[in-house]
Design a protein around this ligand. Structure first.
Ligand SMILES: [Ca+2]
Ligand SMILES: [Ca+2]
Length: 119
C-alpha cells in the first residue's frame, strides 16, 4: 500500500514536471531578444529610420502579446507554439525587409535620406 502510494506520488511529480516543461517558451524568448537586438542595430547603423524602428518594435510587442495569450492558461500547446513561431518568422522577415529597403537614415538627422542626384 505504502509502495503504491509512493509510485503514484512519483508519477504525479513527473507529470507536473512535464507540464512545467511546456509552460515556458525559452526558444521564443531567445528569438525575441535577438530580434530586438537586430532592430536596435538597425537604428544604430541608420538602416532603419525612426519610423521603421518604431513600427518594428510594435511588431515585437504583438509577438509578446501572443506569447502572453498562449501562456495565460498555464500551458503552451504544440499548436500555440507553431503559431508563435510563425508570428516570430513573419516579424523576422519584416525586420529584414525594413533593414534592406530604400528608406534609411544613415546621417541620423531624423529624415529619410534622399538619393544623391547626379547632374
Ligand atoms: Ca529601412
Ligand atoms: Ca537622413
Amino acid at each position: 500500500m505504502r509502495h503504491t502510494l509512493f509510485v503514484m506520488l512519483a508519477a504525479l511529480c513527473a507529470a507536473q514536471a512535464a507540464i512545467a516543461g511546456v509552460k515556458g517558451t525559452p526558444h521564443l524568448d531567445q528569438r525575441q531578444a535577438r530580434q530586438a537586438a537586430r532592430i536596435e542595430r538597425g537604428e544604430t547603423t541608420g538602416a532603419l529610420t525612426q519610423r521603421e524602428a518604431t513600427r518594428l518594435e510594435r511588431g515585437q510587442d504583438r509577438v509578446d502579446a501572443l506569447e502572453a495569450d498562449a501562456k495565460a492558461d498555464g500551458v503552451v500547446t504544440r499548436a500555440e507554439r507553431v503559431h508563435l513561431d510563425s508570428a516570430a518568422d513573419r516579424q523576422s522577415a519584416r525586420i529584414y525587409r525594413q533593414k534592406h529597403d530604400r528608406q534609411h537614415d544613415y546621417n541620423h538627422n531624423g529624415l529619410i535620406d534622399r538619393p544623391v542626384q547626379m547632374r
